[in-house]
Write a protein of this length. Sequence first.
Length: 65
Amino acid sequence: MIQGARSLPTQHLTIRVPWHDSGWTGTFCKTCTANTCCTVLPRIATGRDDAFETLHAGESIEDFD
């Protein structure tokens, strides 16, 4: 070890990223109601608007507020 360096414990980080049916291309999912990965993640599940996302399925999100 380098002089003056501290020995810190090793830590692991696991991150769950929701699945996206278009490969994260900046669009709404093509079939958002089939995306069950998003229904089990609380912050995503409670903020979903399936009717809106179904209406705009496959469209770019760049033009939305």
